[in-house]
Design a protein around this ligand. Structure first.
Ligand code: CA
Length: 229
């Protein structure tokens, strides 16, 4: 079994801190609790958590500023942040999401909702882009995930964001079969309105644009797609 994932919780209200902590421990996460922004930021320098749950009203800092700082930092950007807000703080919630927070939980929350939101956010980050990576497939296709660039036989291919993201997800685990559902979850965060076949349409377009390199995207009948050289 994989190592337990560590979640950092930053919340000055002790009863809420303990409650969040308790439910996530029950869901088999390792937890570190912080009541002050300063302690939290110090700890981040020593260990990177799998996700952060961040209260917005802290005694020594504004949670929104912390969120902004994390999401603008090349080192911390890829750590999912879930903000904790009171129901009345709707503006903060929106600003938080605009600053790059990955989700929010309104106080009071149900334990089930809390755990579900944390798991959903973690799933979204399960296949992160490799750092700085340029990958070459079958000697004719080069993909730079940071620059969003795909080159086939020396020619730059213009892909839509969705097409590029499909390629990036497939590349994150070469040879691994991604189900349509899995791709949908990562691309649209499980929005119910999007149907399975949408993926097929995007993959079809992607393959066509890639020309000769399109053959590297293999349809595994009845399951989904993978990259194969
Ligand atoms: Ca607070």
């Amino acid at each position: 079994m994989a190592d337990k994932q560590t979640i950092f919780i930053v919340e000055d209200e002790q009863n809420i801190l303990k409650l969040v902590s308790l439910h996530l421990k029950k869901a088999n996460f390792d937890i570190k609790e912080f009541s002050k922004a300063e302690d939290f930021l110090n700890s981040m320098r020593e260990q990177l958590p799998s996700a952060v749950i961040l209260d917005l009203m802290l005694p020594d800092a504004d949670g929104l500023e912390i969120c902004k700082y994390l999401k603008n930092s090349s080192e911390y950007r890829d750590i999912p942040v879930i903000i904790l807000t009171a129901k009345s703080e709707e503006t903060d919630r929106i600003v938080g999401l605009e600053l790059g927070a990955d989700d929010y939980i309104s106080k009071p929350f149900s334990p089930r909702e809390l755990v579900a939101r944390v798991k959903t956010v973690l799933r979204r980050y399960q296949y992160p882009a490799k750092n700085n990576d340029t990958e070459t497939i079958g000697k004719i296709m080069t993909i730079n995930t940071n620059r969003h660039e795909v080159i086939v036989k020396g020619e730059t291919i213009n892909l839509t964001t969705t097409e590029f993201n499909i390629l990036k997800i497939l590349l994150s685990k070469k040879g691994w079969v991604f189900t349509r559902e899995n791709l949908l979850t990562q691309l649209w965060q499980g929005e119910k309105a999007v149907i399975d076949r949408t993926i097929d349409v995007h993959v079809k377009n992607l393959r066509k644009k890639l020309g000769e390199a399109g053959k590297f995207i293999v349809n595994v009948r009845g399951i989904g797609y993978k990259i194969e050289e």
